[in-house]
Write a protein that binds this ligand. Structure first.
Ligand SMILES: *Cc1c(COP(=O)(O)O)cnc(C)c1O
Length: 380
Protein backbone atom coordinates (compact mmCIF):
# COMPACT_ATOMS: atom_id res chain seq x y z
CA UNK A 1 0.00 0.00 0.00
CA UNK A 2 1.08 3.57 -0.63
CA UNK A 3 2.03 6.15 2.02
CA UNK A 4 -1.33 8.00 2.09
CA UNK A 5 -3.19 4.73 2.69
CA UNK A 6 -0.76 3.44 5.34
CA UNK A 7 -1.09 6.75 7.22
CA UNK A 8 -4.75 5.87 7.79
CA UNK A 9 -4.82 2.06 7.88
CA UNK A 10 -1.48 0.72 9.18
CA UNK A 11 -1.48 -1.37 12.36
CA UNK A 12 -4.34 -3.49 13.60
CA UNK A 13 -7.41 -1.48 12.59
CA UNK A 14 -10.36 -1.51 13.11
CA UNK A 15 -10.09 -2.54 16.77
CA UNK A 16 -10.62 -6.28 17.10
CA UNK A 17 -12.80 -6.19 20.27
CA UNK A 18 -15.74 -4.03 19.10
CA UNK A 19 -14.69 -2.92 15.63
CA UNK A 20 -14.19 0.72 16.64
CA UNK A 21 -13.01 2.58 13.53
CA UNK A 22 -11.23 5.29 15.53
CA UNK A 23 -8.40 3.67 17.50
CA UNK A 24 -9.60 3.24 21.13
CA UNK A 25 -7.59 4.91 23.90
CA UNK A 26 -6.58 2.10 26.27
CA UNK A 27 -6.22 4.36 29.30
CA UNK A 28 -5.01 1.67 31.65
CA UNK A 29 -1.77 1.09 33.51
CA UNK A 30 -2.13 -2.68 33.77
CA UNK A 31 -3.84 -5.69 32.13
CA UNK A 32 -5.54 -8.80 33.57
CA UNK A 33 -3.61 -12.01 33.06
CA UNK A 34 -5.59 -14.88 31.51
CA UNK A 35 -3.79 -17.42 33.64
CA UNK A 36 -0.54 -17.74 35.55
CA UNK A 37 2.21 -16.51 33.22
CA UNK A 38 -0.30 -15.97 30.38
CA UNK A 39 -1.24 -12.48 29.13
CA UNK A 40 -3.53 -11.34 26.29
CA UNK A 41 -0.52 -9.66 24.69
CA UNK A 42 -0.07 -6.81 27.18
CA UNK A 43 0.78 -6.84 30.88
CA UNK A 44 1.80 -3.30 31.92
CA UNK A 45 1.54 -0.07 29.91
CA UNK A 46 5.14 1.01 30.39
CA UNK A 47 6.20 -2.16 28.58
CA UNK A 48 3.44 -2.00 25.96
CA UNK A 49 -0.02 -0.53 25.40
CA UNK A 50 -2.49 -1.34 22.58
CA UNK A 51 -3.06 2.32 21.56
CA UNK A 52 0.67 2.99 21.56
CA UNK A 53 1.25 -0.25 19.61
CA UNK A 54 -0.91 0.92 16.70
CA UNK A 55 1.00 4.24 16.60
CA UNK A 56 4.29 2.33 16.70
CA UNK A 57 3.24 -0.02 13.89
CA UNK A 58 2.03 2.95 11.83
CA UNK A 59 5.30 4.88 12.17
CA UNK A 60 7.35 1.73 11.42
CA UNK A 61 5.32 1.20 8.30
CA UNK A 62 5.61 4.83 7.11
CA UNK A 63 9.40 4.77 7.57
CA UNK A 64 9.81 1.29 6.11
CA UNK A 65 11.44 0.02 9.32
CA UNK A 66 11.35 -3.26 11.21
CA UNK A 67 9.63 -1.81 14.28
CA UNK A 68 9.04 1.52 16.00
CA UNK A 69 8.59 2.75 19.56
CA UNK A 70 6.69 5.80 20.75
CA UNK A 71 8.13 8.01 23.47
CA UNK A 72 6.91 10.76 25.80
CA UNK A 73 8.91 13.42 23.92
CA UNK A 74 11.44 13.65 21.11
CA UNK A 75 14.13 14.12 23.76
CA UNK A 76 12.96 10.94 25.56
CA UNK A 77 13.44 9.10 22.25
CA UNK A 78 16.93 10.57 21.81
CA UNK A 79 17.88 9.90 25.44
CA UNK A 80 16.89 6.27 24.98
CA UNK A 81 18.82 5.84 21.72
CA UNK A 82 21.99 7.41 23.11
CA UNK A 83 21.87 4.86 25.97
CA UNK A 84 22.64 2.16 23.41
CA UNK A 85 26.19 3.43 23.99
CA UNK A 86 28.47 2.98 26.98
CA UNK A 87 31.11 5.07 28.76
CA UNK A 88 34.17 5.37 26.52
CA UNK A 89 32.18 5.37 23.28
CA UNK A 90 32.46 8.28 20.86
CA UNK A 91 29.84 9.90 18.61
CA UNK A 92 30.35 12.05 15.51
CA UNK A 93 27.51 14.47 14.85
CA UNK A 94 26.67 17.77 13.16
CA UNK A 95 27.66 21.15 14.54
CA UNK A 96 24.23 22.53 13.59
CA UNK A 97 21.91 19.98 15.23
CA UNK A 98 18.81 20.81 17.28
CA UNK A 99 19.78 22.80 20.42
CA UNK A 100 18.18 20.27 22.79
CA UNK A 101 20.11 17.42 21.18
CA UNK A 102 23.33 19.39 21.57
CA UNK A 103 22.50 19.97 25.27
CA UNK A 104 21.69 16.27 25.89
CA UNK A 105 24.95 15.21 24.26
CA UNK A 106 27.30 17.90 25.53
CA UNK A 107 25.90 18.75 28.98
CA UNK A 108 24.45 15.39 30.09
CA UNK A 109 25.94 12.39 28.32
CA UNK A 110 29.55 13.57 28.56
CA UNK A 111 29.15 13.29 32.38
CA UNK A 112 28.64 9.55 31.82
CA UNK A 113 31.79 9.21 29.74
CA UNK A 114 30.28 9.29 26.25
CA UNK A 115 32.30 11.57 23.97
CA UNK A 116 31.07 13.74 21.09
CA UNK A 117 32.64 15.58 18.17
CA UNK A 118 30.51 18.19 16.40
CA UNK A 119 31.48 18.78 12.77
CA UNK A 120 30.00 20.34 9.66
CA UNK A 121 28.51 17.34 7.87
CA UNK A 122 28.82 18.71 4.35
CA UNK A 123 31.92 16.75 3.39
CA UNK A 124 33.24 13.22 3.68
CA UNK A 125 36.59 14.65 4.75
CA UNK A 126 35.09 16.44 7.78
CA UNK A 127 33.29 13.32 8.97
CA UNK A 128 36.23 10.98 8.41
CA UNK A 129 38.64 13.35 10.18
CA UNK A 130 36.46 13.17 13.32
CA UNK A 131 36.28 9.36 13.46
CA UNK A 132 38.38 7.70 16.18
CA UNK A 133 39.00 4.06 17.14
CA UNK A 134 36.22 4.33 19.79
CA UNK A 135 33.64 5.95 17.48
CA UNK A 136 30.42 3.92 17.53
CA UNK A 137 27.69 6.19 16.20
CA UNK A 138 27.14 8.74 13.45
CA UNK A 139 24.20 10.96 14.44
CA UNK A 140 22.67 12.92 11.56
CA UNK A 141 20.04 15.60 11.18
CA UNK A 142 18.82 16.77 7.76
CA UNK A 143 17.52 19.31 6.95
CA UNK A 144 19.19 20.74 10.06
CA UNK A 145 17.66 23.14 12.53
CA UNK A 146 17.55 26.13 12.01
CA UNK A 147 19.89 26.58 8.99
CA UNK A 148 18.30 23.79 6.92
CA UNK A 149 21.67 22.38 5.88
CA UNK A 150 21.41 19.14 3.95
CA UNK A 151 23.48 16.04 4.72
CA UNK A 152 24.20 13.73 1.79
CA UNK A 153 22.85 10.46 3.21
CA UNK A 154 24.44 8.23 0.58
CA UNK A 155 27.85 9.67 1.44
CA UNK A 156 27.28 9.59 5.22
CA UNK A 157 26.08 5.96 5.21
CA UNK A 158 29.02 4.97 3.03
CA UNK A 159 31.46 6.50 5.54
CA UNK A 160 29.63 4.82 8.44
CA UNK A 161 29.68 1.38 6.78
CA UNK A 162 33.39 1.69 5.99
CA UNK A 163 34.14 2.46 9.65
CA UNK A 164 31.56 0.05 11.07
CA UNK A 165 29.48 2.77 12.76
CA UNK A 166 25.84 2.68 13.70
CA UNK A 167 23.82 5.48 12.03
CA UNK A 168 20.94 7.41 13.56
CA UNK A 169 19.05 10.28 11.99
CA UNK A 170 16.68 12.87 13.38
CA UNK A 171 14.02 12.95 10.64
CA UNK A 172 11.75 15.48 12.40
CA UNK A 173 12.06 18.27 9.82
CA UNK A 174 11.36 16.24 6.66
CA UNK A 175 8.93 13.67 8.12
CA UNK A 176 8.77 10.27 6.41
CA UNK A 177 6.53 11.82 3.77
CA UNK A 178 9.48 13.75 2.30
CA UNK A 179 12.44 11.62 3.41
CA UNK A 180 12.78 7.87 4.02
CA UNK A 181 16.29 7.49 5.53
CA UNK A 182 16.06 3.71 5.84
CA UNK A 183 16.11 3.47 2.03
CA UNK A 184 19.64 4.92 2.25
CA UNK A 185 20.78 2.32 4.77
CA UNK A 186 20.28 4.30 8.00
CA UNK A 187 19.98 2.05 11.10
CA UNK A 188 17.80 4.15 13.42
CA UNK A 189 15.33 6.96 12.67
CA UNK A 190 14.36 9.34 15.47
CA UNK A 191 11.42 11.76 15.53
CA UNK A 192 9.99 14.47 17.63
CA UNK A 193 6.38 13.55 16.82
CA UNK A 194 5.52 16.84 18.56
CA UNK A 195 6.17 18.46 15.19
CA UNK A 196 4.88 17.36 11.75
CA UNK A 197 3.75 13.82 12.63
CA UNK A 198 1.21 15.12 15.14
CA UNK A 199 0.93 18.45 13.38
CA UNK A 200 -1.40 20.43 15.63
CA UNK A 201 0.80 21.83 18.44
CA UNK A 202 -1.22 19.95 21.07
CA UNK A 203 1.02 17.09 22.17
CA UNK A 204 4.64 16.18 22.96
CA UNK A 205 5.95 12.90 21.62
CA UNK A 206 8.87 11.06 20.14
CA UNK A 207 9.57 7.94 18.10
CA UNK A 208 12.42 5.61 17.24
CA UNK A 209 12.31 3.35 14.17
CA UNK A 210 14.57 0.29 14.08
CA UNK A 211 15.85 -1.82 11.20
CA UNK A 212 17.08 -5.06 12.79
CA UNK A 213 15.78 -7.53 15.40
CA UNK A 214 18.80 -6.76 17.56
CA UNK A 215 18.15 -2.99 17.58
CA UNK A 216 14.42 -3.57 18.10
CA UNK A 217 15.10 -5.67 21.17
CA UNK A 218 17.69 -3.28 22.60
CA UNK A 219 15.60 -0.11 22.06
CA UNK A 220 12.53 -1.74 23.61
CA UNK A 221 14.61 -2.97 26.54
CA UNK A 222 15.84 0.59 27.18
CA UNK A 223 12.38 2.17 26.73
CA UNK A 224 11.00 -0.21 29.34
CA UNK A 225 14.00 -0.03 31.67
CA UNK A 226 14.29 3.77 31.51
CA UNK A 227 10.54 4.45 31.52
CA UNK A 228 10.41 6.75 28.49
CA UNK A 229 7.27 5.72 26.52
CA UNK A 230 4.34 7.82 25.28
CA UNK A 231 1.02 7.82 27.15
CA UNK A 232 -2.07 6.21 25.54
CA UNK A 233 -3.82 9.56 25.06
CA UNK A 234 -0.76 11.24 23.51
CA UNK A 235 -0.30 8.20 21.26
CA UNK A 236 -3.90 8.57 20.11
CA UNK A 237 -3.43 12.26 19.29
CA UNK A 238 -0.34 11.54 17.20
CA UNK A 239 -2.18 8.72 15.38
CA UNK A 240 -4.99 11.10 14.55
CA UNK A 241 -2.51 13.68 13.28
CA UNK A 242 -0.69 11.16 11.07
CA UNK A 243 -3.89 10.45 9.09
CA UNK A 244 -3.56 13.87 7.44
CA UNK A 245 0.27 14.02 7.27
CA UNK A 246 0.50 13.66 3.45
CA UNK A 247 -1.94 16.46 2.63
CA UNK A 248 -0.55 18.69 5.37
CA UNK A 249 3.05 18.27 4.13
CA UNK A 250 2.05 19.18 0.58
CA UNK A 251 0.39 22.37 1.80
CA UNK A 252 3.24 23.25 4.21
CA UNK A 253 5.63 22.96 1.28
CA UNK A 254 3.51 24.97 -1.17
CA UNK A 255 3.17 27.78 1.38
CA UNK A 256 6.90 27.61 2.19
CA UNK A 257 7.75 28.09 -1.50
CA UNK A 258 5.47 31.14 -1.65
CA UNK A 259 7.03 32.65 1.49
CA UNK A 260 10.63 31.88 0.41
CA UNK A 261 10.02 33.54 -2.98
CA UNK A 262 8.54 36.60 -1.30
CA UNK A 263 11.39 36.92 1.22
CA UNK A 264 14.03 36.44 -1.48
CA UNK A 265 12.75 39.51 -3.30
CA UNK A 266 12.43 41.81 -0.27
CA UNK A 267 15.10 44.51 0.32
CA UNK A 268 14.91 44.14 4.14
CA UNK A 269 15.97 40.48 3.84
CA UNK A 270 19.68 39.63 3.65
CA UNK A 271 19.53 35.87 3.08
CA UNK A 272 16.89 33.14 2.78
CA UNK A 273 17.45 29.54 3.84
CA UNK A 274 15.07 27.09 2.14
CA UNK A 275 16.34 23.88 0.49
CA UNK A 276 13.71 24.26 -2.24
CA UNK A 277 15.54 27.32 -3.62
CA UNK A 278 18.13 26.61 -6.31
CA UNK A 279 20.47 29.05 -4.54
CA UNK A 280 20.50 26.84 -1.41
CA UNK A 281 23.86 25.00 -1.16
CA UNK A 282 22.13 21.68 -0.39
CA UNK A 283 19.46 22.02 -3.08
CA UNK A 284 20.80 19.36 -5.48
CA UNK A 285 21.32 16.77 -2.75
CA UNK A 286 17.89 17.55 -1.26
CA UNK A 287 16.33 17.12 -4.70
CA UNK A 288 18.01 13.78 -5.12
CA UNK A 289 17.25 12.27 -1.72
CA UNK A 290 13.94 13.88 -0.70
CA UNK A 291 10.46 13.82 -2.18
CA UNK A 292 9.95 17.44 -1.13
CA UNK A 293 11.69 20.24 0.78
CA UNK A 294 9.49 20.67 3.85
CA UNK A 295 7.80 23.66 5.38
CA UNK A 296 10.58 25.42 7.29
CA UNK A 297 12.07 28.70 6.05
CA UNK A 298 14.77 30.68 7.85
CA UNK A 299 16.06 34.10 6.91
CA UNK A 300 18.38 36.88 8.02
CA UNK A 301 17.15 40.43 8.40
CA UNK A 302 19.23 43.28 6.97
CA UNK A 303 20.48 45.21 10.00
CA UNK A 304 21.19 44.19 13.57
CA UNK A 305 19.53 43.43 16.88
CA UNK A 306 17.27 46.50 16.73
CA UNK A 307 15.78 45.66 13.33
CA UNK A 308 15.36 41.99 14.29
CA UNK A 309 13.60 42.85 17.54
CA UNK A 310 11.27 45.27 15.77
CA UNK A 311 10.38 42.56 13.24
CA UNK A 312 9.71 40.01 16.00
CA UNK A 313 7.50 42.50 17.87
CA UNK A 314 5.60 43.51 14.71
CA UNK A 315 4.69 40.08 13.38
CA UNK A 316 1.01 39.37 14.09
CA UNK A 317 -0.37 36.28 12.34
CA UNK A 318 2.85 34.29 12.86
CA UNK A 319 3.00 33.44 16.55
CA UNK A 320 6.31 34.15 18.29
CA UNK A 321 6.81 30.67 19.71
CA UNK A 322 9.14 27.68 19.78
CA UNK A 323 8.26 24.43 18.05
CA UNK A 324 7.16 23.81 14.46
CA UNK A 325 5.10 21.62 12.19
CA UNK A 326 1.62 22.70 13.28
CA UNK A 327 -1.32 24.10 11.34
CA UNK A 328 -0.60 27.57 12.73
CA UNK A 329 2.46 29.41 11.41
CA UNK A 330 5.11 30.11 14.02
CA UNK A 331 8.05 32.46 14.12
CA UNK A 332 11.11 31.76 16.30
CA UNK A 333 14.31 33.60 17.10
CA UNK A 334 16.87 30.75 17.40
CA UNK A 335 19.54 32.80 19.23
CA UNK A 336 17.24 33.54 22.18
CA UNK A 337 14.79 30.64 21.92
CA UNK A 338 15.40 27.20 20.36
CA UNK A 339 19.20 27.51 20.43
CA UNK A 340 19.66 29.49 23.64
CA UNK A 341 21.08 26.28 25.18
CA UNK A 342 23.96 26.43 22.67
CA UNK A 343 26.90 28.62 23.84
CA UNK A 344 27.08 31.93 21.96
CA UNK A 345 30.53 31.17 20.60
CA UNK A 346 29.34 27.84 19.11
CA UNK A 347 26.22 29.56 17.71
CA UNK A 348 28.28 32.21 15.98
CA UNK A 349 30.70 29.64 14.60
CA UNK A 350 27.92 27.66 12.90
CA UNK A 351 26.07 30.70 11.55
CA UNK A 352 23.13 31.12 13.93
CA UNK A 353 23.27 34.90 14.03
CA UNK A 354 21.20 37.39 16.04
CA UNK A 355 19.47 38.40 12.78
CA UNK A 356 18.37 34.86 11.99
CA UNK A 357 14.61 34.23 12.12
CA UNK A 358 13.08 30.77 11.69
CA UNK A 359 9.58 30.34 10.30
CA UNK A 360 7.41 27.25 10.57
CA UNK A 361 5.06 27.76 7.66
CA UNK A 362 1.56 26.61 8.57
CA UNK A 363 -1.54 25.78 6.59
CA UNK A 364 -3.07 29.26 6.34
CA UNK A 365 -3.74 31.13 3.11
CA UNK A 366 -0.28 32.04 1.72
CA UNK A 367 -1.41 35.56 0.83
CA UNK A 368 -2.23 36.27 4.46
CA UNK A 369 1.16 34.94 5.59
CA UNK A 370 2.99 37.14 3.07
CA UNK A 371 0.91 40.17 4.03
CA UNK A 372 1.94 39.71 7.68
CA UNK A 373 5.64 39.29 6.83
CA UNK A 374 5.48 42.37 4.60
CA UNK A 375 4.08 44.64 7.29
CA UNK A 376 6.58 43.35 9.89
CA UNK A 377 9.54 43.78 7.51
CA UNK A 378 8.40 47.29 6.67
CA UNK A 379 8.30 48.18 10.40
CA UNK A 380 11.83 46.80 10.83
C1 LIG B 1 11.68 19.55 18.77
C2 LIG B 1 12.80 18.75 18.28
C3 LIG B 1 13.37 17.75 19.07
C4 LIG B 1 12.94 17.49 20.49
O1 LIG B 1 11.64 17.02 20.58
P1 LIG B 1 10.66 17.27 21.84
O2 LIG B 1 9.42 16.57 21.43
O3 LIG B 1 10.51 18.76 22.00
O4 LIG B 1 11.32 16.66 23.03
C5 LIG B 1 14.40 17.01 18.51
N1 LIG B 1 14.85 17.25 17.26
C6 LIG B 1 14.31 18.20 16.47
C7 LIG B 1 14.84 18.41 15.10
C8 LIG B 1 13.27 18.99 16.95
O5 LIG B 1 12.77 19.95 16.17
Amino acid sequence: MEFETLAIHAGERPDKTYGAVAVPIYQTSTFAFEDIGKTRGFDYSRTGNPTRKILEDTIASLEGGKAAFAFATGMAAETTVIHLLSAGDHVVTGDDIYGGTYRLFQDVMTRFGVEFTFVRMDSRRNIEAAIRPNTRLLWLETPSNPLLNIVDLEMAVDVAKKHNLLTAIDNTFASPYFLKPIEFGIDLVVHSTTKYLNGHCDVLGGAVVTTTDNLTERVHFLLNAMGTPASPFDSWLVLRGIETLPIRMERHQANAFAVADFLGGHPAVKKVYFPGLESHPGHDIARRQMKGFGGMVSFEINGGEKETNTFLRSIKLFVLAESLGGAASLCAHPATMTHASMPEEHRRKVGITTELVRLSIGLENPGDLIEDLKQALESS
